[in-house]
Design a protein around this ligand. Sequence first.
Ligand SMILES: [Ca+2]
Length: 399
Amino acid sequence: MPMNQSAPKQPAKPPASSPFAWMIWILIGTCIGGGAAALAFLGPNRNSNDPAPNPKIAAASKSPSALPAGFEATLVNKSQPQSQQPKGMVWIPGGEFSMGSDHRSESLCGLPGVTNDAVPIHRVYVDGFWMDQTEVTNAQFSAFIEATGYVTVAEIKPTKEEFPTAPEENLIAGSTVFKPTQSPVEFDNYLQWWSYVPGADWRHPAGPESNLENKEDCPVTHVAYEDAEAYAKWAGKRLPTEAEWEFAARGGKAGELYAWGSELQIDGKYQANIYQGRFPVDGGDSALDGFAGIAPTRQYAPNPYGLYDMGGNVWEWVSDWYRHDYYARLRSSGQVTRNPQGPTDSYDPMEPDQIKRVHRGGSFLCSDRYCTRYMVGTRGKGEVRTASNHLGFRCVKAD
Ligand SMILES: [Ca+2]
């Protein structure tokens, strides 16, 4: 559906009166997140395009003739893990698969361009690994904080060095929060529904007056990349690569649109916590999937590997730097990329000054009118120190 059908004419109204408008512009990028200060150095060259046959490959999930153009069968490793199953994790056997999306999926979203950085489909191999069955919950993150005293990025006052043009009085710790609009709006300005909220952080997901009561089993949010990485290190785990994440999400299948199959609903029931109704209007989410806003984990059927919420609920950080052209680079090698670790630098032509990593999976705010990035082959992105109330993570662990 063209997006203007779902959004009656109304002039965009950036919240220019907000004292934090300057900060929101910096903190929020396309669809989800953009960036604050450019941090740091870029990682070492971790990219590996070495072609090599996989001797362990065993099963083909689907007849190649039945797959959409561009996709080939997923070849799942037969090997079993050597280590004991960690609590709350499932074995992802790894193998060779077709990664990414194609432009035909554009027709499923009112927002043009959702697949532009997810093409072309290319062949990737990943080794087996353990993966958290669910996104890291508030209860789990709370245990990490209690054990370590760690303070998240959103709880730390921004510095003049990070935001040299900001008035001193605006340098207040906080995070970005979705605020529904009072009436329908065009989708040309995300500041209409995102606000920088002083005092918003993982303990106060909607702002300083909110708390985690009855949200222990919900995914933790308002975590910047370094927060997620710190948790993973404490837990003896790490964040997944983008390729690991997509291999796991596809559940051994090939060429399907979603982590649960190729239809958005099964027997008339939604399979993930996304957004139904008029986005982003107050009361516009009809919650046909059972939830308006975030949901506890494990509310929908797991995928074939036993993973919950690989689409919807909250976006998930993965470890790859974001580049819009990374898939094209891999495809041009003409080879199967083994255990890709992402590009060696970050570049988003839409916000070239921001340093970004990849997000995956979409969130409770994704809908077919605005952003269908709950489709398993599509990608998100975010500035590394930017958090929000619809962004979390899950971890993986080597065998
Ligand atoms: Ca929902």
